[in-house]
Design a protein around this ligand. Structure first.
Ligand SMILES: Nc1ncnc2c1ncn2[C@@H]1O[C@H](COP(=O)(O)OP(=O)(O)OP(=O)(O)O)[C@@H](O)[C@H]1O
Ligand SMILES: [Mg+2]
Length: 414
């Protein structure tokens, strides 16, 4: 079709017009290219942002997993029926169970006390698990293998992303050592008050006892061997000697001699004591003495006092095994823990028996003077141990299980 003259810019030839059209097309082409590359760039950026966000989420997820696994508290989640849905690493360490042992099990099978607690929230016993709401409590727990622990729990509801309650979270810590330390502190206070009061009395009793036995000795001499009262006077003398040794023991507890400063090679001393003990009437032949001396240790002390401590523990161990068993004596050196590097190194002496064990209710009392469960015991052995060790700035720990045995561990600064 012929192009009317009004389509031409005035004075433009047809060839020029073609050239003009090409130029316009090329410009359009470049514009479109520019625009699409701009859009492509925008899309790429958005994609990158999105990717970065995705990476953040997976990092966050990793971080949460890491935190949950490594918090120094046990962490358990349970569903609405009280069945375990997760169990972190610390929970495994504290309880001795593994996730695969407890997964989907009723929480009450693992922590029997907890059901009572959740039910005490108001439901009848048969109704089972009641969700826990922000409560704290403490309970005794038997670790897999039998060790008794004190655990401190707190419970709170577990919600999903919509805020719906889907179960409970239980967080717990092992408070065993803390409670033992508190118990130890109370015991110290109790013993030191009792000790100073009684030391005074013991002294006062000793003097009249000395006069009684002195007078009887004189009477015996004056009346001669043939006197019919000789036997009675012997009884008096024997009983006075008994009382005297009781008071000597008691004074050892109530007012122990100041700690000695001699350098004592502990391994040699303990070996010497074990040989003496093995041959004494206090040790029965069915007891096997096992030694496990890991490091050579020397400490500044009065060897007589250290001997007294170990001897008292050995006698108790032997008395707990009337049918025989293993009496294990271990010795090792302990460096101070890193964040207490300023504290002195310690030696650890532990004496274990495979005997009767101590009833849980008695553990808190065994260091009290005159607490005994034995027919002929005075109940002073362990209170003397405690007193002497405390005097050296040391500590005594006891772990015991009925029917399995007892371990006394002494820590002394070297
Ligand atoms: N190794 C042990 N195994 C089991 N029970 C123990 C052990 N050591 C101590 N006991 C318990 O602790 C109580 C107190 O011990 P402690 O040595 O103070 O007194 P005792 O042995 O009864 O009398 P004593 O030592 O004065 O003759 C004991 O009566 C016993 O019940
Ligand atoms: Mg004893």
């Amino acid at each position: 079709p012929s192009l009317g003259p009004h389509f031409f810019p005035p004075g433009m030839a047809q060839s020029n017009y073609v050239f003009f059209l090409i130029a316009v097309n090329i410009m359009g082409f470049f514009l479109v290219a520019l625009l699409s590359s701009y859009l492509a760039e925008q899309i790429r950026r958005k994609e990158e942002e999105l990717k970065a966000r995705l990476v953040d989420y997976s990092q966050l997820e990793q971080l949460y997993k890491h935190i949950v696994q490594n918090v120094p508290s046990g962490l358990i989640t349970v569903d609405g029926e009280g069945r375990v849905t997760s169990f972190n690493r610390t929970a495994e360490e504290i309880t001795g169970y593994r996730l695969e042992d407890v997964y989907q099990k009723e929480i009450g099978e693992i922590l029997p006390g907890i059901l009572e607690l959740s039910r005490s929230a108001g439901r009848a016993l048969e109704q089972g698990w009641e969700k826990l709401r922000f409560s704290r409590w403490e309970t005794k727990f038997e670790k897999r293998g039998g060790t008794s622990l004190t655990l401190g729990f707190s419970g709170s509801p577990l919600k999903d992303s919509e805020g719906q309650e889907i179960g409970s979270i239980l967080i717990f810590q092992d408070l065993t050592q803390l409670r033992e330390m508190e118990e130890e502190l109370k015991r110290r206070e109790r013993l030191s008050a009792l000790g100073s009061l009684a030391a005074g009395m013991a002294h006062e009793i000793r003097n009249p006892l000395a006069s009684i036995s002195g007078s009887i000795e004189i009477m015996k001499e004056e009346l001669g061997e043939s006197s019919s009262h000789n036997q009675l006077m012997d009884i008096v003398l024997r009983e006075v000697a008994c009382l005297n040794s009781l008071i000597a023991d008691f004074l050892l507890f109530a007012r122990p001699a100041p700690p000695g400063k001699d350098l004592v090679p502990l391994n040699d001393l303990v070996e010497e004591i074990l040989i003496m003990f093995g041959n004494s009437a206090d040790c029965n032949p069915r007891i096997r003495i096992v030694r496990n001396f890991q490091d050579p240790v020397a400490l500044r002390a009065d060897p007589q006092q250290i001997k007294q401590v170990i001897w008292n523990l050995l006698i108790n161990a032997a008395q707990a095994m009337p049918e025989g068993g293993d009496l294990t004596v271990e010795l090792r050196r302990r460096l101070p823990i890193l964040d207490h590097a300023d504290q002195p190194a310690q030696c650890e002496i532990s004496i274990s028996d495979s005997g009767t064990g101590i009833a849980e209710g008695d553990v808190g009392k065994i260091f009290d003077p005159f607490f005994t469960t034995k027919e002929n015991g005075t109940g002073l052995g362990l209170s003397i141990v405690h007193r002497i060790v405390e005097n050296y700035g040391g500590k005594v720990w006891v772990r015991s299980q009925i029917g399995r045995g007892t371990t006394f561990t002494i820590y002394l600064p070297v």
